[in-house]
Design a protein around this ligand. Sequence first.
Ligand code: NAI
Length: 307
Amino acid sequence: GRVTVVGAGNVGMIAAMRLAESDVIDEVVLVDIAGQRAAGIALDIAHASPLLGFATRVRGVNTLAEAGPSDYVVITAGKARTPGMSRTDLVDTNAAIVGALAADAALISPDAVLLIVTNPLDEMTEHAWRTSGFPTSRVIGMAGVLDSSRFRALTASRAGVHPREVSAVALGSHGAEMVMPLSQATVSGRPVTEALSGAQVDALVDRARNSGAEVVGLLKSGSAFFTPGLAAARMVLSMIDETGEVQAATVAPHGEYGIDAGYVGLPVRLGRRGLDEIVEVPLTDAERRELRTAADRIAERVSALSA
Ligand code: NAI
């Protein structure tokens, strides 16, 4: 099969690298409008094939048409934040880019699964769904895998355990309304709220929620890309490999968690054809309310976008 990654910038190149390295895809194609950038990055990745031991072909082109029909199209194209910017500041510029790309992808790859990475993530995912005309099950956003990984990394370091010992799933929106259900978060199989103090846990949730801005502030130019790129690749690989793992993704619920419109981050199982199932985990009433608030805020921002 073929996976196309649109945007050969920081996030796209890391995603493409990881996808190629997995050696389970026939061809990974990078698409970027900027000159020969995609071709250059693709060649550089291909040169690593003997070192990393993969046979995946890697190609770089300027348009989705040149990429050809793809099973998965990952959209990372657009502007990233600079210091002081919120993700929402990117909305108009990136909506034009993502809308055009989603429409193109629908023509060239009518059966593809679209994985949206471009920010503001929640709005861009819904926008891509509308412009593609695809069923919601085939337009999914990447945010929760990244936000969960950030929380788990920070928590593991605080608790002094291996990162694999921490499980957690970040839901809601990618930004201020990220919901971290502590009822689902564990450290070495114990509730996180028993392993650490309430103040410690609150600080970890806040830091995870603001990790994107923290990295932007340190880098000065550009935003986080290693974990975002790896998270996007991981989602694609989980679909190809049909791992059936429960992970957080930005999807369109039809009544699950009492939400029946728009996109929001929820626990899901993905399959080869996109969203298989939204998984109902036992959240507390307060956590469910937070989720619904996040969904409402996203819906408000989406309606401002289409106005
Ligand atoms: P970047 O600036 O390094 O790369 C973006 C690339 O997109 C550039 O190479 C640019 O030439 C290309 N591009 C722009 N318009 C295009 C078009 N119409 N067709 C093809 N390529 C086009 O930015 P970076 O750091 O890779 O970030 C990409 C996006 O991902 C940003 O919107 C960023 O905010 C978002 N992001 C989302 C995350 C998430 O959790 N969902 C996490 C990190 C970043």
